[in-house]
Design a protein. Structure first.
Lengths: 341, 341
């Protein structure tokens, strides 16, 4: 099913935000498929933003796809923006490569390798600047969707959830979730920062600082500042943001929307975690099993799954009356013009 | 007089933009008072933005004032933002020092020294990205005010106006306008880029590229993209932007607002130029002659005069019903909390 109808969403001035960040964690071999090679993940957020905005990933020559050939989820987000005309703002929350389109810069540093236990030196600063930004953006919108593009982000998500006391099983952009590597990386980071399971449940921003990523601090800060209805658009990375929000004690109208590929991923526990945390969760199915494009059908086999707010972008489109068929056809049109297929 | 009433301005969703850029031109000795020393002008736009946003110029230790002790015009802009609650977004159009607050980054390079004849390598790129940004921001507003903080910007303004065939006499942040230095610098730039008076009247962006600054390309691009009523907030720097807009043939609802200090500056020809160019011009008088602060009374003697959109910020406050007295008192309050006087 596309998206179940939800009568409590009838935005008048929706706004789509997408938080971009790089981390050194993403460069650990075989941890992320969000880029042709670990080193190229530095370019992925910039290219994603450019692709959503212009239909063209300006900053890279490589096609915007996983090593196996599945297109970036940015094509889904672009389809939604074209269909809904929701304005979209990208936030640079710590990038090595700045996109060649306008972005909101919060003057943050890229994240480190969480194995060092020193992942985000400026977590509190990022949080505070994002909170101020959220407050300001509330003047422009009554409904904000927050996506992300952070390669390697499911590993940091797993780490932070463990620090807060949750066995958050995270998803992966690979069809075969490299959970062994992720577990090893997370354990090393926890060891080197002296964190044990649940030991930072009262210090969520400290968990981000030690073994998280800059996006988490930015997303939580935005939610704190926003005076709107807010939907976190993402899979298990955004579940980890929900856990941070909960442990900060924020009382906000926030829910989460992802793709069916994450929601139904048996290696992850998206639905279970959102229930435990106590937030409403939505999942959107673009019906790619019927797509004429092999790259989109690869999503059905577990490639990519989510990213660049794709799930939330579909959710927003559905709330604004777009049908699953229209959506799939627009996504195919976007793929056709990008990949010439 | 504060500001003459203008019944055609009754904005519902006003938005204040402030374009920030550095140039090497600003570092020519004695050309700009926008910083304690020529080298420190690199910090001025960042500090101005921080001051408007937070009441504190985070990036510099020096007080935010001219060498002679007059406060940055950012205090005026901050007073307006506090009184009107207009949301304010800063645009990084080529900075050496990024502000420690969220800004919109269009991924532009700082400007060069116009004496080389190679001032803005990416003028057309800046224009196009700003146009796209303007289009997007139109979704959030019906009335956009565009200010700037670009040290050394009156010299580049003079240069571009000459290239387009205007004897635009520009103002200065010094009480004694260093017109000799400016003329020498402009002549050298024109010579080195093969430009004569009026020779680029059909190529305004080429004029910016040779002897302008990045702010000009950004401001003109924004005006092109915006589908709103637009007011350029500034003195002779914004007059030069008007000349660019006119020579690009843009048909837009655009006018200009500045302070009485620029409008009545006998060394400049603000009113004459706006008449020649054919745009409506407004001037605001904050009544600083009655201020208890010596630093603000220095404006009456010709220090500072304008910047950070101060004139347009006052204009907007007046349009929204703020009186001259309320405005002056709020500016004094801002000065008091910043300078502890």
């Amino acid at each position: 099913m596309w998206v179940k109808p939800h009568p409590d969403f009838s935005p008048e001035k929706p706004l789509f935000l997408c938080i971009l960040a790089n981390t050194e964690t993403a460069k650990i071999p075989n941890i992320s498929a969000a880029g042709k090679s670990p080193k190229l993940t530095d370019y992925t957020p910039a290219a994603d933003a450019e692709l959503v905005e212009t239909g063209n990933a300006i900053s890279i020559n490589e096609p915007a796809m996983t090593p196996s050939g599945a297109p970036s989820p940015a094509v889904i987000t672009r389809a939604s923006m074209l269909l809904t005309e929701i304005p979209c703002l990208f936030i640079n929350a710590g990038l090595r490569i700045r996109p060649k389109i306008p972005t909101i810069d919060i003057n943050a540093q890229p994240g480190g390798d969480i194995r060092t236990g020193k992942a985000v030196a400026d977590a509190i600063d990022i949080y505070n600047k994002s909170k101020a930004l959220g407050k300001k953006l509330s003047k422009f919108s009554d409904f904000v969707i927050i996506g992300e593009s952070v390669p390697g982000g499911t590993t940091t998500a797993m780490a932070v959830m463990k620090a807060l006391g949750y066995d958050g099983k995270v998803s992966s952009s690979f069809p075969e979730n490299p959970l062994d590597i992720k577990n090893m990386v997370v354990s090393e980071g926890m060891r080197n920062s002296g964190i044990s399971f649940g030991s930072l449940r009262n210090q969520p921003l400290r968990a981000v600082g030690c073994i998280g990523d800059p996006m988490m601090a930015a997303a939580a800060g935005l939610v704190d500042g926003l005076e709107t209805k807010t939907v976190l658009a993402g899979g298990t990375q955004m579940v980890s943001v929900l856990s941070i929000i909960k442990h900060l004690g924020l009382k906000k109208d926030v829910s989460i929307a992802t793709t069916c590929y994450v929601a139904d991923d048996p290696s992850a526990n998206f639905r279970e975690m959102t229930e435990i945390l106590g937030y409403k969760a939505y999942a959107a199915d673009p019906g790619f099993d019927n797509s004429k494009f092999p790259g989109l059908r690869m999503y059905e086999a577990g490639d990519v799954k989510e990213g660049v707010g794709a799930g939330g972008a579909m959710f927003a489109a559905a709330m604004m009356g777009v049908s699953q068929k229209e959506f799939r056809e627009k996504t195919e049109e976007v793929c056709g013009s990008i990949f010439g297929i």
